[in-house]
Design a protein around this ligand. Structure first.
Ligand SMILES: Cc1ncc(COP(=O)(O)O)c(C=O)c1O
Length: 391
């Protein structure tokens, strides 16, 4: 893959027709190293967030060996990584996926949130005696950009019964939860651990492992989420005070926090209509979260003179397809001089953008380059780079 100092030098050299991912593997490597150094347990990368070999390679290079997979295709892919420890943490799996995970790929670790799923796992593994089974609890989503509390999880009496039943059928019993993606304060983790404690006490079972999921925030604007160090302290304190076996282990599954900073998307403006810009990717592509969840990713106009943020104007984006839901309301702040033919770098797009992108209207075929400069915002760099600097 070609390598450039930054988006400006790439655009000066190439002026691409299609949207291009600018990869910064140094940023994902740095994030992984930070998690491995600071999380008080094991770190499993949530493979769904971005499976680019360049980024996965950078995580591996930093020392990540545990991977949380959510489907059979992800499992097949991640199983090619040398020495990978795979955790199948989707609470609802097909029989074939369970069977192949256990018998073919040697996966022992599964999540579940119902007695039906427990039966399925036991049947398809032929009542295996070496399973690590994690009961996924429902926990509240507070200060989360993408709450996950309604689809999965079990609570109250049903959780108690499932914990007791699962304990009888596994080698290691774990409890898993996910506070929701892009959670910007530590309160959710505190609340979640309170619920874990309550469930353990009510069920009266020995618990061997806690999986506190993902949800750690990336930085998308001048607004700072709570520092990642604060998340680590709260999690460690909560974990230490749980009534669990003395050698119980702790694991987390960050996706977004490890890869968000490691990719930009470089798009071209094909038309300006007032404060609306028609660009070469959108809601059916890597900008799904901007279109459907109103995420406001940081942006900068590539190769223009410096313009401070307070002298920029708010813009909305339209994606390239003919569909009118292909719309991103922003506001995205850019210099008023922006016009047709300009390129925009959309920053910190590494989590879920590439993973979600489809091919509607023939789009979705992205270019890729490596960029050596810093991401627009960072939770990890000593000196966060300023958004205005390259504008
Ligand atoms: C089970 C599970 N683990 C981990 C993650 C990664 O979460 P995040 O990207 O918020 O860290 C997800 C995201 O949906 C998930 O469903």
């Amino acid at each position: 893959m070609e390598r450039f100092a930054d988006a400006r030098s790439f655009i000066e050299a190439m002026r691409p027709e299609r949207a291009v991912f600018g990869l910064r593997p140094h940023a994902s490597g740095r994030a992984a190293k930070w998690f491995l150094d600071n999380f008080p347990g094991e770190v499993a990368y949530a493979y769904k967030a971005n499976s680019s070999v360049f980024l996965v390679g950078s995580l591996y290079g930093a020392g990540i060996r545990n991977f949380d997979v959510a489907s059979l295709p992800e499992l097949e892919d991640a199983a090619t990584i040398p020495k990978a420890q795979l955790h199948f943490m989707h609470p609802v799996k097909s029989r074939m996926a369970i069977r192949r995970a256990y018998h073919e790929f040697g996966v022992k670790c599964f999540a579940l949130d119902s007695e039906a799923e427990l039966e399925k796992i036991l049947e398809e593994t032929e009542q295996a005696k070496d399973l690590q089974l994690y009961v996924r609890l429902t926990v509240p989503s507070k200060d989360s950009g993408l709450p996950l509390e309604h689809k999965f999880g079990i609570a109250d009496e049903a959780a108690k019964n499932l914990l007791i039943k699962t304990r009888q059928s596994c080698d290691e019993l774990g409890i898993a939860f996910h506070v929701g993606s892009q959670t910007t304060t530590t309160d959710s983790f505190q609340l979640a651990f309170d619920m874990v404690r309550k469930s353990i006490v009510e069920a009266g079972v020995v618990v061997d492992a806690i999986d506190c999921g993902g949800g750690f925030p990336a930085r998308y604007s001048e607004e700072q989420p709570a520092a990642l160090g604060e998340f680590m302290s709260v999690i460690e304190e909560c974990f230490e005070s749980l009534p669990i076996s003395h050698d119980a282990h702790l694991i987390c599954e960050p996706g977004r926090a490890l890869v968000a900073e490691a990719e930009s998307l470089i798009v071209r403006v094909d038309h300006r209509r007032g404060n609306e810009l028609f660009i070469t990717d959108g809601g059916y592509g890597a900008l799904f979260d901007a279109a459907h969840l109103d995420f406001v990713f940081p942006v900068r106009l590539v190769g223009q003179e410096k313009v401070p943020l307070n002298r920029c104007k708010p813009f909305q984006f339209w994606g390239p397809t003919c569909d009118s839901v292909d719309y991103m309301k922003g506001p995205f702040y850019l210099p008023d001089s922006v016009h047709e033919g300009d390129y925009i770098e959309i920053g910190n797009m590494g989590a879920y953008g590439r993973a979600i992108a489809g091919n509607f209207n023939g789009y979705g075929n992205f270019g890729e380059v490596i960029l050596d400069d810093e991401p627009m915002y960072s939770m990890f760099a000593d000196e966060p780079s300023s958004l205005a600097q390259d504008v």
